[in-house]
Design a protein around this ligand. Structure first.
Ligand code: FES
Length: 145
């Protein structure tokens, strides 16, 4: 026969089990893939940028950015570059990098994206495409998947 205490333990155990199942089913969808900086075997070379060329001088300094072949290339820091699709997922406006906010912004209707391309302010609702960008010396190499 169950005592009030054992019933309470049973309910607590059930609640923990349900919470565990919910957590297990939600976590994989919350997981974001890490942004690797080295190419993998499945990457496709999209472009190589020679930073010694004057045309790419904006990418020599942290905070600079350019749109090249529909890809927004951002010199995120002295040692890191980021590459994302260059057009807003709302109505296709070319995006800009706002280094003061450390965000990608749409100048038309104000959508904002994190550096990893995740939209955080509408009216855009879809994330940007991530490309893999590797900075090595005076060269940036961009890969797609
Ligand atoms: S086109 Fe970018 S928010 Fe509308």
């Amino acid at each position: 026969m169950n005592t009030p205490q054992s019933r309470q333990e049973f309910i607590s155990l059930c609640a923990l089990s349900v919470a565990g199942l919910c957590t297990a089913s939600v976590l994989p969808s919350c997981r974001t893939s890490p942004i690797a900086t080295t190419p993998s075997d499945t990457d496709t070379l999209l472009m190589s940028i020679d930073l010694s060329q004057p045309a790419y001088s904006a990418l020599r300094v942290a905070g600079g950015y350019m749109v090249i072949r529909n890809i927004l290339i951002i010199r995120y820091s002295d040692v890191r570059v980021i590459a994302r699709s260059a057009f807003c997922t709302h109505e296709g406006q070319e995006l800009i990098w706002d280094s003061a906010l450390s965000m990608i912004r749409c100048p038309r209707h104000g959508a904002r994206y994190l550096p990893d391309g995740v939209v955080i302010q509408g009216p855009a609702s879809d994330n940007l495409i991530q490309y893999r960008a590797v900075l090595s010396g005076d060269s940036i190499t961009v890969y797609g998947r």
